[in-house]
Structure formats: C-alpha cells, structure tokens
Write a protein that binds this ligand. Structure first.
Ligand code: 8YV
Length: 321
C-alpha cells in the first residue's frame, strides 16, 4: 500500500486522464483495453478502493454482491448507468456516480449526424461511390427528406435532449418534447410540451431518443409506438439500444412507413444488428456519441472528481446511488 487509495481503471482512457489517475491514486490500468469478463472484473476489484468503469463493464447484482468491503465507489465514465444495478449498490453502501453535462454537446452532434445521414441517405450514397456503383445522375436520383421546417420530437428532454433540440432549431425545425415533467420556460425555449408519449409521436417527423434505459423505457419504441409516428418519419437513437424493439423497427423500415433510421446504439453491442445493417434506409454508427477528444477528457476528469470527493470525505457531485 502506497498510502494512496487504489483505483481500477477498466478501459483505456485519454493520456491526460490516466496521468492524473496515476498521480493521485495507486492506479491499475488496462493498457491492452481488453473487455473484462464477469469473473475477471470481480477478481480485479478485490484490490480496489474505487473503480472507474465504462458502460462495457456490467455491475449486475451478483457482481456487486462479490465486490470487496473496501470498494467505496463505482465512478462511471458514462452518463448512462443502466449497466449498474443501483439498488444492489445502495444495499451494499457502494457509491455510484456518472458523468452528466460534459458529453451533451458531442452526443447532440451525433444525433444531428444520424438525423441528416438518415434523412439525406448518407450511408447509401457513400456506399455507392466506394463500391464504384455511381454511374447515373438525375434530378430524381437519391431524393431524401428535407428536415428544414419539420417537427423534431425529443423523447427525454434532459441535458442531451435540450442540446439536440437547440441544434435542431438551427435547422429551422419546430421542437416538441415529452418528458416526465415539463421544463421551465427558460429551458423549454418555446418547445411544445406533450404530456403523453402518444401525443409527441403523432407530431414527430423526426423522433430523437434521449431518455435513459430503465425497466420503464425498455422497448418504448415498438410496433405500437412506431405506428403512431407520421408517415415517412425518421427515428434517431443516440441513447440506448434497449429503448427500441429492433424487430418492430426493421418491419417499419422495410414497409417504408418509416422513411429511415439513424442509429448510434443497438440492443447488442459491440456488433449491432445484421438485419438492420442489411437495410438501405439506415445510417449507422458504432456507439460513438461521446467519442471526441475534448469529451473523453472531460468525462474522465469528471469521474476522477467524483472519486476525489469520496476520498476527501465529501459528497461527490454526480451521485446516482
Ligand atoms: C460512452 C455512453 O461512450 O455516457 C454514456 O452513457 O453511452 C457513452 O457516452 C461510454 O459510456 C463511455 O464509457
């Protein structure tokens, strides 16, 4: 024991974040950036006073039950905490934190990329050129959907949802949202609040998902809810794959009722869904919403701030359990 608390950093983080972790903690890193299986994760945690994981490490109830007494905090490098059983952590007295705010801009940018890529057939066009199949042009060629003047529906008007709405306003879109509670006027910024999800769906030419994955929101986008969207709507998901019933999505995309989908997240990650990937009317990214240098630094520093607070005997700023 060096006198510093020991910290397990489960994945490769930025050089600056790892340098700060190494300076302030007896830190164990994962330079090969391997994904630890359940047993390895439990074994590595045995010597840790704190762990700094990503959403790739699953802290289910049985994993949490096997964590050592000494482990004080699970300081996630993510805003989403659906990979951690919060009740189990609470029951063990283990603090859990996340990294809100710092990834809102980056994730909202990816939501716009997914929206435009889906609306303007970005992946289809890119593929055509790369594969040497672009041998024709006409005014009726690759006609997409214009988003300007259309309605942008936000499901979950939290921090990311608000920034995405702001960016969509920049495209001249009208903002609608559904949230557990209505936002104050200064945050709503003229957006129309829908007290029910059904009411939001009916007006969403583009529906963008920004709510956490919880037992209540799992599968919230399914055959019933997709059928309520306007004809030729676009679905954007930069939140969590679990929100969407992928079979229902595939059916709506195949029938053409849904014009397209722009997806950064999938039910199964890494990998995605080969049946979705086989469709032309999708624009797909491999869960990179927060993957910018600035944001990765900020997420790592925020997670370290939370750990620092715990070892300084203070309440961490981003406690979720
Ligand atoms: C990250 C995320 O890529 O914050 C989240 O919930 O899904 C993403 O920002 C990931 O969790 C990084 O650890």
């Amino acid at each position: 024991m060096t006198g510093k608390p020991s910290l397990l950093v489960t994945r490769r983080l930025t050089d600056d974040v790892e340098a700060r972790a190494a300076r302030d903690y007896d830190a164990v890193f994962n330079p090969e950036d391997r994904v630890f299986g359940r047993d390895e994760l439990i074994a590595l945690c045995q010597q840790a006073d704190a762990v700094l994981p990503c959403h790739s490490e699953i802290f289910s109830a049985d994993v949490i039950a096997a964590l050592p007494e000494r482990l004080r905090i699970i300081a996630n490098h993510s805003v989403g905490v659906d990979h951690v059983d919060l009740d189990a952590a609470r029951a063990r007295g283990i603090i859990v934190t996340n990294t809100p705010d710092v990834l809102s801009d980056a994730t909202a940018e990816i939501a716009m990329l997914c929206m435009l890529g889906a609306a303007r057939r970005g992946a289809e066009g890119d593929r055509m050129i790369r594969e040497g199949r672009w041998d024709f042009w006409s005014p009726s060629f690759m006609v997409g959907r214009q988003v300007t003047g259309r309605r942008f529906g936000v499901l979950g008007m939290g921090r990311v949802g608000q920034v995405a709405a702001e960016r969509a306003r920049g495209f001249g879109m009208e903002i609608h949202y559904h949230n557990r509670s209505r936002l104050p006027a200064e945050l709503e910024k003229g957006a129309t609040f829908h007290a029910s999800l059904e009411s939001l769906l009916e007006v969403s030419d583009v529906l963008s998902l920004h709510c956490p994955a919880t037992p209540r929101t799992t599968g919230v986008i399914n055959a019933d809810t997709l059928a309520r969207l306007p004809e030729k709507a676009i679905l954007v998901n930069t939140a969590r794959g679990a929100l969407v019933d992928e079979e229902a999505l595939i059916a709506a995309l195949k029938s053409g009722r849904l014009f397209a989908a722009g997806l950064d997240v999938f039910r199964d990650e890494p990998g995605g869904n080969p049946e979705i990937a086989a469709l032309d009317n999708v624009f797909l990214l491999p869960h990179i919403g927060s993957a910018t240098r600035e944001t990765r630094d900020a997420m790592g520093f925020r997670a370290l701030d939370n750990i620092d607070a715990v070892f300084a005997g203070q309440e961490p700023g981003d406690r979720v359990a």
